[in-house]
Design a protein around this ligand. Structure first.
Ligand SMILES: Cc1ncc(COP(=O)(O)O)c(C=O)c1O
Length: 379
């Protein structure tokens, strides 16, 4: 890990390697070493790093229009809103485009409070929600209420009367390292929240844009959200996020207008990128690919699990969000560091390895990394 002061506040620990180039599923350091990126940056580059078509949009947009201010509209934001609504299944809804996932989650919470006049937010245990603000998971954030993960008994015992929104994260990448709530739990919880007039927010910052083998994670369940929050992969590495609301909510702004001022709102630059990302995913059939390659990846990890049951506790997966949890008795830190030294960027926390590569990941790269993992567990 880096020791020197390189002028960057050390909010997270990085290695000393300097990245000079990224392409598709690979990153290259200043010494020419190639890494397979099983993390997609921070789960952002679903169509691969530095995609050529996105580079063209960036170049075109950089000279055409980047940002224009409140006096104007732009066709990219309007088209991207229509595209997101089509993929979500909304008609006559509307969107706002911001910069980061945290901003969009905070906006969804703010809107839910405005719409309901209530203040509390219900989340499932192990959710991330936001790095700051109303969605930040911290002891001093008194507005957050938590329901235990997959606990059907608790659903009936919650006081919903003060809850503005149920914010659903249907696949946690970071907190408990890749957990997927059961369908009965999500269906019952959503039904109860809806009955009590809470806004249903699908928090798709990480699970959206194809990661789980569907456009959005909520589409694995038989539920209809009122608001969908996207970020990360929407810009494939460029910071753009979206809050997309149903027609009922869109209409309600005519009755109870809501004002919000922030410099980077509906910028054409990010929206043009988001539109191209969606086009590429559809044309290259990357949603179906996330499902089939995800299943293949899971099978390979399960074979490792079957072979090393003394060291591996479990494999969890949905689409291209996968984890291999190691037994407590086995220290996985050395294993994850060795995989990095061999050129694999892999998440590691709570003795669990996490894999969330671009949806373009080649099965030969999966095979290569899994063989190295197998060897390291055999040693
Ligand atoms: C599920 C989820 N929601 C929200 C966020 C925050 O997004 P951002 O880092 O773009 O603010 C993250 C970030 O990792 C996340 O995983």
């Amino acid at each position: 890990m880096k020791q020197m002061n390189d002028g960057i506040i050390p909010f997270y620990s990085s290695s000393e390697k300097v990245i000079v180039r990224s392409k598709d599923c690979y990153q290259y350091d200043s010494e020419g070493k190639k890494y397979i990126d099983f993390e997609s940056g921070v789960w952002c580059t679903n169509i691969g790093h530095c995609n050529d078509r996105i580079a063209k949009v960036v170049a075109k947009q950089a000279v055409e229009s980047v940002h224009h201010g409140y006096r104007f509209r732009n066709r990219y934001a309007e088209e991207l809103s229509a595209e997101l609504q089509r993929l979500i299944g909304f008609r006559q809804g509307s969107s706002v485009f911001l910069s980061s996932g945290s901003e969009a989650v905070n906006m969804a919470i703010t809107l839910s409070r405005h719409l309901t006049g209530r203040t509390k937010i219900l989340k499932i245990d192990n959710s991330f929600l936001s790095s700051y603000g109303f969605g930040r998971i911290s002891k001093d954030n008194g507005s957050l209420m938590t329901i235990a993960f997959n606990n059907l008994n608790d659903i009936a015992h919650i006081d919903y009367t003060e809850i503005a929104a149920l914010v659903l994260e249907v696949g946690g990448a970071s907190v408990e390292m890749v957990q997927f709530p059961g369908s009965e739990f999500i269906t019952q919880l959503t039904a109860q929240a809806k009955k009590n007039k809470c806004v249903i927010v699908a928090e798709e910052v990480t699970t959206g844009i194809g990661r789980l083998g569907k456009w959005f994670g909520f589409q694995q369940y038989n539920i209809t959200p009122d608001i969908v929050v996207t970020g990360k992969a929407l810009g494939n590495g460029f910071p753009v996020s979206a809050v997309t609301v149903s027609s009922d909510i869109a209409e309600s702004f005519n009755r109870t207008p809501f004002g919000y001022a922030q410099s980077h709102q509906n910028d054409p630059f990010g929206c043009a990128i988001g539109l191209e990302v969606i086009k590429i995913i559809e044309e290259e059939e990357l949603i179906a690919r996330a499902d089939t390659v995800g299943r293949y990846f899971k099978e390979q990890l399960e074979q490792v699990w079957n072979k090393h049951t003394d060291k591996v506790k479990e494999v969890r997966a949905c689409g291209l969000m996968l984890a291999l949890e190691l037994k407590e008795s086995f220290d996985g830190k050395q294993l994850s560091d060795s995989l990095f030294e061999k050129g694999n960027v892999i998440g590691f926390k709570l003795n669990t390895l996490r894999f969330m590569p671009p949806l373009t990941i080649k099965t030969s790269d999966i095979d290569k990394m899994v063989a190295q993992l197998d060897d390291l567990l055999t040693d």
